[in-house]
Design a protein around this ligand. Structure first.
Ligand code: ADP
Ligand code: ZN
Length: 435
């Protein structure tokens, strides 16, 4: 099969040329930020670094970090590098982990962002003959506008559906023959479930691929979505602060996401010490944007935990890859002293044959942390059979214990009783924080 790329000269560039390009852009960008963003300049001065100290890629580690707290402190204009009259767009984070922050874009910033999304659409097999249904939310959230722009650039017939009204999503999908679906993985699962509830099968739709991101999802969830919708499901990653979706995207190999490193230089650091870790080690992902005009963040700490790899990819792209982030450092729950990621719980549930509809509740009772996991059963009848229910719950507790190291309390609940998500799913309620 002939391989397609949106920007082959960049996506398949030899590594030395890429490093040269990154170095040139980095040097220029640091000077630009120094001249135009007093907030960051002060941080550099505090570390006694000037733009003259940045001569090669390894000098990146001399620069100070930026964090979400900096963005909140500098809100709304403190990190802006251009007059507002040069900006054409504002987007905002979803506020998953606290107060929302805003990001600004010039027209060239939007063009680059959409090009990155176009790379993702082509990597998922998209061409101008495709019908691309975008059901990420539109508005301040970057999901909808980003994929919409990418789909346009590729020349797909684009359906700007936004999220919600799931039956109508399916009606349009059928009537207009959508071939590519873009939304959060949790919404994709919901759409798949609704399709079957409406009495259809995958033979009734033309979808071939999905581009899903904006939240962590497991390999097990991928298989579930692929089965429900009869498609190949591709991962896409991004964050508002750096542009939006398309910072990295998956190719047909499905072994990690290629980072658009001609625009965003990645590093992995030890989240505790801030020290840069060698390639292949797991740590916190940090990005330096080297082409952004309006909101050029240097060494932004994403809090997403993953691994970088330059291993050769069968798709022909040379762009460095990152593994799926399985949650942010601040998603991690510490329960009775044990570190637990919600994604670990999801993996166990799906491996044990349950659907990805679950809710994790953490509380503290008499100074002891409690972990309750509710999960839907496929067949309501099971709930009437106390013995079978008990046996199933016991089996699940044992499987959880072997993975997590602690015993959760399992609640098997009726099908469709857990609220479905049309955007980023809320899977954890931690009541301890309310005390
Ligand atoms: P918020 O930080 O408020 O959620 P964003 O909407 O900008 O704001 O979300 C960006 C974050 O979403 C990323 O930092 C990451 O934690 C998560 N994310 C995005 N895409 C993926 C993905 N494919 N896999 C896992 N997590 C993702
Ligand atoms: Zn690849």
């Amino acid at each position: 099969m002939e391989k397609n790329y949106y920007q082959k000269e960049i996506e398949c560039m030899d590594i030395d040329s890429m490093k040269k390009l990154q170095t040139e852009r980095l040097i220029k960008q640091v000077k630009y930020v120094w001249d135009n963003v007093p907030y960051y300049r002060k941080k550099m001065e505090k570390k006694s670094v000037t733009p003259d100290d940045i001569k090669e890629l390894s000098d990146l580690s001399k620069l100070p970090f930026l964090s979400k707290d900096d963005l909140r402190e500098a809100y709304p204009y403190g990190l802006l590098a251009r007059p507002l009259s040069d900006c054409v767009r504002i987007q905002s984070t979803s506020g998953t982990t606290g107060k929302r922050v805003v990001a600004f874009y010039t027209q060239p910033d939007i063009d680059i962002w959409e090009e990155c999304c176009a790379r993702a659409v082509v990597a998922a097999g998209g061409t101008k003959d495709d019908v691309c249904q975008v059901c990420y939310g539109y508005g301040l959230f970057t999901g909808g506008p980003g994929l919409n722009g990418g789909s346009h650039k590729v020349g797909c017939l684009t359906l700007p559906m936004s999220s919600g009204n799931t039956e109508r999503q399916i009606q349009f999908m059928r009537d207009l023959g959508s071939t590519i679906l873009c939304c959060t993985p949790s919404y994709a699962a919901y759409i798949g479930e609704t399709l079957h509830d409406m009495g259809y099968t995958t033979d009734d739709i033309k979808l071939k691929a999905g581009i899903f991101g904006a939240e962590p999802w497991t390999e097990q969830m991928r298989k579930e979505i692929e089965r429900l919708l009869g498609i190949k499901a591709y991962d896409i990653y991004g964050l508002t602060e750096i542009s939006g979706p398309g910072v990295s995207f998956e190719c047909e190999e499905q072994t990690g996401m290629h980072i658009c490193e001609d625009h965003f230089i990645p590093e992995i650091i030890d989240p505790e010490t801030g020290e840069v870790l060698p390639e292949g080690e797991k740590g916190e992902l940090v990005f330096t944007s080297i082409t952004k005009e309006a909101f050029p963040l240097l060494r932004y700490r994403t809090r997403d935990i993953c691994v970088l790899s330059r291993e050769k990819c069968s798709c022909g792209r040379t762009l460095i890859k990152m593994t799926k982030p399985m949650g942010r450092s601040d998603d991690m729950l510490i329960i009775r002293g044990v570190n637990v990621f919600p994604s670990q719980i999801e993996t166990v549930l799906i491996n044990q044959g349950y659907s990805p509809n679950y809710l994790i509740e953490v509380d503290r009772v008499n100074n002891t942390d409690t972990l309750d996991v509710s999960v839907e059963v496929d067949d309501e009848k099971l709930l009437d059979d106390a013995e079978a229910k008990e046996a199933n719950a016991k089996k699940l507790v044992a499987a959880m214990k072997s993975v997590l190291g602690i015993n959760p309390k399992i609640h098997l609940v009726a099908p469709k009783s857990i609220t479905r998500s049309e955007g980023k799913a809320v899977r954890v309620i931690d009541r301890r924080k309310l005390v």
